[in-house]
Write a protein that binds this ligand. Structure first.
Ligand code: SF4
Length: 259
């Protein structure tokens, strides 16, 4: 089965699919490990946040106080997760904790502000569902019919419609086209699972503090399916040409290709 990430990777460079899938070359970089840890923390916070809100937040609290309640719990999750993964981290451990704390501090403040605003209109028991509608995190879907599978960072359900959210910890959005294809691949998987059209999604570059809402139309979905066929050709023995291009400067495989 083809992974949605293989489709987006193909858009970046077909030859990289050949190296990873056929030659089985695996490169793990510090930013990849950082991204993985970020996702683990995010998943854990997501599970705890609602409980923290129910138990510790009072209606007369200000946004700052609510943010501080969220953030104090978040710091514990960050620290524990980093320490559990310390053998994988090649960078400074305290520096990594600090970077993650800064990223999640923004999230605590944003969520507290949204909740405080909603408290003007709704009763506390209803607020969380209104402000943060039901979401699935790290949802894995495989479709035999599409011969496509993937794990979606977050899926939001609003008015019986589903929206994929792709969370990126990259420090630049120069390859947003590739990320848009990934989002469109997830839209196809959600359609196959729930049988409801998915026409929008979000790419959240957390380090850059930028969120893009993306329209996912039929042309984009067809692009995903076409590229998926090209990935299948590589898996069946076709070797794409290795070409020097600007992407090589930002590629984790450049030493293997060009040294
Ligand atoms: S270094 Fe260049 S040619 Fe090699 S896999 Fe990366 S992008 Fe492709």
């Amino acid at each position: 089965m083809i992974y949605v990430t293989d489709v987006s990777q193909y858009a970046f460079c077909p030859y990289s699919i050949y190296l990873r899938k056929i030659r089985k070359i695996k490169v793990v970089t510090p930013p990849m490990i950082f991204g993985d840890i970020y996702h683990r923390i995010s998943e854990e916070i997501e599970k705890r946040e609602r409980v923290i809100f129910d138990i510790f937040v009072e209606e007369d609290m200000g946004a700052e106080e609510i943010a501080s309640i969220f953030y104090n719990d978040t710091k514990k999750v960050v620290r524990n997760t980093v320490l559990r993964n310390k053998r994988r981290i090649t960078e400074d451990i305290l520096g990594t904790i600090e970077r993650l704390n800064q990223l999640f501090l923004r999230r605590s403040i944003d969520r507290a502000l949204l909740l405080k605003e909603a408290m003007k209109t709704y009763r506390k028991k209803d607020i969380y569902d209104v402000v943060f509608p039901e979401a699935f995190t790290e949802l894995s879907i495989a479709s035999k019919k599409l011969n496509l599978c993937g794990r979606i960072d977050r899926v939001e359900e609003i008015d019986n419609k589903y929206y994929p959210v792709e969370i990126k910890t990259s420090t630049a959005d120069r390859y947003i086209e590739k990320d848009i294809l990934q989002l469109a691949g997830y839209a196809l998987l959600l359609e196959s699972k729930f049988g409801i059209p998915v026409d929008k999604g979000v790419i959240d570059y957390v380090i850059l503090n930028k969120k893009y809402e993306v329209e996912i139309d039929t042309a984009l979905k067809n692009d995903v399916l076409k590229i998926k066929n090209s990935v299948e050709e590589i898996l069946n023995g076709y070797v794409p040409e290795k070409k020097r291009k600007k992407e090589c400067d930002f590629c984790n495989l450049r030493d293997i290709c060009w040294k």
